[in-house]
Design a protein around this ligand. Structure first.
Ligand SMILES: [Zn+2]
Length: 309
């Protein structure tokens, strides 16, 4: 699935590496209350939740940002041929390289690879197999690695506690060893157009990246929001939030900042159209999917279409 959006002078292509109803709701969200899901059925069914099989949808989104002459990937999905503990992510064999090339992000074109955090489903295409070795997929790119996440995941993996099949060693360390990594801290400007903001909790060093262009504002939100249900229940952490006591206040502050601000929010795991806006709704919030034509492919749509500025 490929869609393209215009954000001021910048253009973003959303490339869905994988999409499907896979998560058992109360396993992903220990606080799950199915009454909340059922109340949102008209918005969620077939997009964010498949009631017949009672599974929440997850998509793996790779955002490709064309901005001021740069070609920037924001998070790189699961990748091909990676050994992973989760069966649906194990040894994928997609044609993502062809999709990336169609979107103007072939290996020699990508100038920057930006990571929100270092979970295995966000770093996969950092590397690809060359014989027996994992080598950088984008040899001309600068890879922007969240500094605090790198420190935490390095210690976590070297101590042997990681259960994801070694994504740190096959998808992060080869970048550092190749001399392509640049470490990012909150407040840094990245790839000439993105401002890094702390979004700790889901992982200890997760960052959001804010883009301002042509009077428009967008934020690449990583996994501050894993599923749109968290817009309606911000206190619900996922089982994969590493620091739940930090993740929930981070999510609350994020929603407060973006609500009714006209900011396009681009998370990594939402069902189509994969991005949208947060509205205030009574004491809480609601999700408004991005506008524009569905199935637009590579022709850039206006996500603000149909939405008040
Ligand atoms: Zn994720």
């Amino acid at each position: 699935m490929i869609r393209s959006w215009q954000i001021g002078e910048a253009r973003v292509v959303g490339l869905t590496e994988y999409f499907g109803p896979v998560h058992v709701p109360n396993l992903l969200f220990p606080a799950m209350d199915h009454n909340v899901l059922r109340a949102l059925r008209s918005q969620f069914e077939g997009v964010h939740w498949f009631e017949a099989v009672d599974r929440l949808v997850i998509g793996f989104q790779i955002w490709i940002l064309h901005c001021a002459g740069r070609v920037i990937l924001i998070d790189t999905g699961v990748g091909n041929q990676k050994s992973r503990a989760t069966p649906r992510a194990n040894k994928l064999n997609t044609v993502a390289p062809a999709w990336l090339a169609a979107a103007g992000a072939s290996p020699d074109q990508v100038t920057d690879v930006v990571m929100t955090h270092l979970h295995s489903d966000h770093v996969g295409w950092n590397t690809q197999l060359d014989g027996e070795r994992w080598v950088p997929t984008f040899p001309k790119a600068t890879y922007h690695v969240p500094k605090d996440d790198y420190s935490w995941f390095r210690e976590f993996n070297l101590s042997g506690r990681a259960k994801d099949g070694g994504s740190f060693f096959d998808s992060v360390e080869p970048i550092v060893e190749a001399g392509l990594a640049q470490f990012v801290s909150p407040g840094d400007r990245v790839a000439g157009c993105l401002d890094a903001v702390a979004a700790f909790g889901h992982t200890p060093g997760q960052l959001n990246y804010w883009l301002q262009s042509g009077g428009r504002t967008a934020v690449f939100a990583g996994d501050v929001l894993h599923h749109p249900i968290q817009i309606y229940r911000p206190a619900w952490n996922t089982i994969v939030d590493i620091q739940p006591e930090i993740a929930a206040p981070t999510r609350a502050a994020f929603l407060e900042r973006v609500a009714d601000s006209g900011t396009l929010v681009l998370p990594c795991h939402f069902g189509p159209p994969n991005c949208g806006f947060i509205r205030r709704d009574g004491d809480g919030y609601a999700f408004a999917p991005a506008g524009g034509e569905p199935s637009s492919g590579l022709s850039a749509q206006d996500p603000w279409s149909g939405h008040a500025p």
